[in-house]
Design a protein around this ligand. Structure first.
Ligand code: X5A
Ligand code: ZN
Length: 686
């Protein structure tokens, strides 16, 4: 971030502006203030002091040549001593490139900083991190600078990690709004690097205007299936479109791929207010994206800055990314959770194109839509009647002037206050589990004393005087309410409680939530359990993952039974969580989640813990886990998940059962009108 070069000093005086000058080889958006304002904002939120500072170094020539040719390296090197005229001439050899005498030095530092981060993560010095660097890298190629990029920082990092640490599977997630064609070219034939990019495409009308940025560029030769392009054919894409692409494309494939390291081409021109991207995703969206990636590769995530040209949007989004890497609870994601038609079309197309390569997509029946624009147009008209386009999208479309930029500044100023304050408690869990020794739980879990009898009676009689008389039920309530109360009062973020009569406890816990003023509680019951609940008003969304066939019960909007025969291995479960549970949960936007583990549970310890990990993006990570039969392994694993210590490791791939896939598909078809984040195909759109 110390880089202030790569730009000529601007002529700011009026007199200078009036003089006709040669166009100068300077870029007016990829500017040093990008790093300065990001760093200032990190300091403002006290995030810098919570990070470990990793010193930068220059990347060596050998490292640069992991991706670039020596001829190209020499060209870049030679720009150090050039005059303005010569710089202009070199720059003109490339598309959207602006050399300055400091560019070479800065570009070497950008490479070196990225590699320092990779080393720090791989050696275990840090869990994860972010490299704030410029110039960006993802457009640059073996023999060419391109799109403000000189050396391909992330591609070099991937090659470096393969060589130095012998890694066999690296995932690159490119959430910059431009297609990182440079990265695609380097790894097209390489199955050890999975490249995922979404990008503004507009049917090839948007820069870099390449045919190979479309969804059907799946990789070549041995690398087939390891290049995932999600082309956005409209501007205005936002939080729900990005999340849908994660749920239905990236995450299922990534969990199947099992990466050992994740590199993020972390561009924020895909965020709201950016003049290049014209998209609408708000800063907290990047917190959610980061959170999902942290559940993979043992949490080894290296984010490396690429684009992002609206300074306020950029710096807030950088902060959300770093905050999440530091494991703070996530702010609730804003906006209506429903992907737009054009986004779903793109998602359907990528899924269809990748069906041959990934087991998680093998029961996909959808085929690519060939008559894209016409179909899209017809349906868009129908959609307008349905009023399900993004309202904010229309405001942003086609506005690049500074008025609009200032509007976004103001919007973000109040938006960030709204989502970040009052500050949610840090991720401490609270546990009451009598049969588990405290020392077996992670240190961040506070083990509570059971609530004293008088306190409890007061609490219980507040909503049901009758129950106070029933001694057994009362005891069973004890633990659950004590932990719940701490969560509701925001003394802790989440917690675990054992209860011998989980169903009664849960019923009363829910009552207590509503007395407290909560609007929506997501209740996930794992195992066989009957809860007597009134589910009509939408204040509870009950999902039951159970073994027994529920013939008499048909699913309704707020009561969903997921028939799950057995813990059939990781892939089945990923498919259920990513393709169904998370999309429904994000559509519902709960204030609190209660996970109840009852008897005859059809999910294993790892599956339950992973579910707990993934759900933490919702309700500001507020989760209460109620466990009926305490098993030490289960409690330990869930406690780890709740306190963010680790995500369970699933081991080797297990064969997928068609039955389970079909169950998910059936439920998705049945419920996608109600829970719109389930949509991954335009079939039955209206
Ligand atoms: C890194 C990045 C964008 C280049 C745009 C050229 N480059 N029109 O965001
Ligand atoms: Zn970009």
């Amino acid at each position: 971030w110390a880089d202030k070069g790569n730009r000529k000093r601007r002529q700011r005086g009026h007199a200078a502006a009036a003089v006709q000058r040669q166009p100068s080889p300077e870029c007016d958006i990829e500017v040093p203030e990008r790093l300065l304002s990001s760093y200032e904002q990190l300091k403002h939120y006290h995030l810098v002091e919570r990070c470990i500072h990793v010193p930068v170094r220059e990347g060596t020539e050998e490292e640069i040549m992991l991706v670039h040719s020596s001829e190209y390296l020499e060209v870049v090197k030679s720009t150090q001593t050039m005059n303005e005229e010569e710089l202009r001439r070199v720059s003109e050899n490339y598309d959207a490139v602006y050399f300055h005498p400091n560019t070479y030095r800065c570009a070497k530092l950008a490479v070196g900083a990225t590699l320092q981060l990779v080393d720090s993560v791989m050696s275990g010095k840090v869990c994860n991190g972010m490299a704030l660097v410029r110039p960006p890298g993802h457009h640059s190629q073996r023999n060419a600078a391109n799109g403000f990029c000189v050396f391909n920082n992330v591609a070099i990092a991937a090659q470096y990690a393969k060589r130095r640490y012998g890694l066999q599977r690296i995932l690159i997630v490119d959430w910059d709004v431009h297609h990182g064609q440079g990265i695609q070219y380097v790894f097209e034939e390489d199955p050890s690097v999975l490249y995922y990019s979404w990008h503004r495409y507009e049917h090839q009308q948007f820069w870099p205007l390449l045919r190979e940025s479309d969804y059907d560029a799946v990789g070549q030769g041995k690398g087939k299936g390891f290049n995932l392009n999600v082309p956005w054919n409209k501007v205005g894409m936002g939080n729900s479109d990005y999340l849908a692409a994660f749920f239905h494309v990236l995450l299922p494939v990534a969990f199947e791929f099992v990466p050992e390291l994740i590199l993020v081409s972390s561009g924020y021109d895909s965020g709201i207010g950016d003049p290049e991207g014209q998209m609408t995703a708000t800063p907290e969206c990047f917190a959610h994206l980061t959170h999902f990636l942290m559940q993979l590769a043992n949490g080894r995530v290296c984010a490396v800055l690429e684009g992002g040209y609206h300074l306020k949007s950029l710096s807030e989004s950088v902060c959300m990314t770093v905050k999440t890497l530091l494991r703070d609870p996530l702010p609730q994601i804003s906006g209506e959770m429903a992907p737009c038609l054009s986004a779903v079309e793109s998602i359907q197309n990528v899924r269809a194109a990748h069906k041959p390569y990934w087991k998680c997509l093998m029961y996909e029946e959808a085929t690519p839509l060939h008559n894209l624009s016409t179909k899209s147009q017809q349906m868009m008209e129908a959609e307008l009647i349905q009023t399900s386009t993004h309202p904010t999208a229309k405001q942003v479309v086609g506005t690049t002037n500074s008025d609009e930029a200032i509007k976004t500044d103001r919007f973000l100023e109040s938006h960030m206050k709204k989502i970040l304050f009052p500050v949610p408690p840090v991720k401490t869990a609270s546990a009451i589990v009598s049969k588990v020794d405290a020392h077996l739980l992670p240190i961040s879990v506070q083990v509570e004393m059971e609530m004293n009898a008088q306190e409890l009676k007061t609490l219980v009689s507040a909503f049901d005087a009758e129950l106070v008389k029933e001694e057994k039920a009362l005891l069973s309530l004890q633990n659950v309410l004590a932990v719940l109360d701490k969560i509701l009062k925001k003394k802790v973020c989440n917690g675990i409680a054992e209860s011998s009569v989980a169903s009664v406890s849960t019923t009363f816990a829910l009552k207590h939530c509503f007395d407290f003023g909560l609007q929506r509680v997501l209740c996930i019951v794992v195992g066989d359990m009957d809860l007597e609940l009134d589910l009509d008003d939408g204040k509870i969304l009950l999902m039951n993952i159970c073994q027994k066939q529920q013939t008499e019960k048909t699913n309704s909007k707020y009561h969903i039974s997921l028939n799950w025969k057995e813990d059939a291995g990781r892939n089945n479960f990923f498919c259920a969580v990513l393709g169904f549970i998370l999309p429904v949960a994000y559509s519902y936007q709960p204030d609190l989640m209660i996970i109840v583990i009852g008897p005859n549970r059809s999910l294993g310890v790892n599956a339950i813990s992973l579910l707990t990990c993934l759900l933490q993006g919702l309700a500001e990570s507020r989760i209460l886990v109620v466990i009926q039969d305490t098993e030490i392994k289960l409690v330990q694993s869930v406690a780890k998940a709740l306190s963010g210590v680790s995500t369970p490791d699933f081991g080797a791939y297990a064969p997928a059962f068609q039955e389970n896939f079909l169950e998910i598909k059936r439920l998705r078809d049945q419920l996608q009108q109600e829970w719109k984040m389930l949509r991954c195909s335009v079939k039955d759109w209206i």
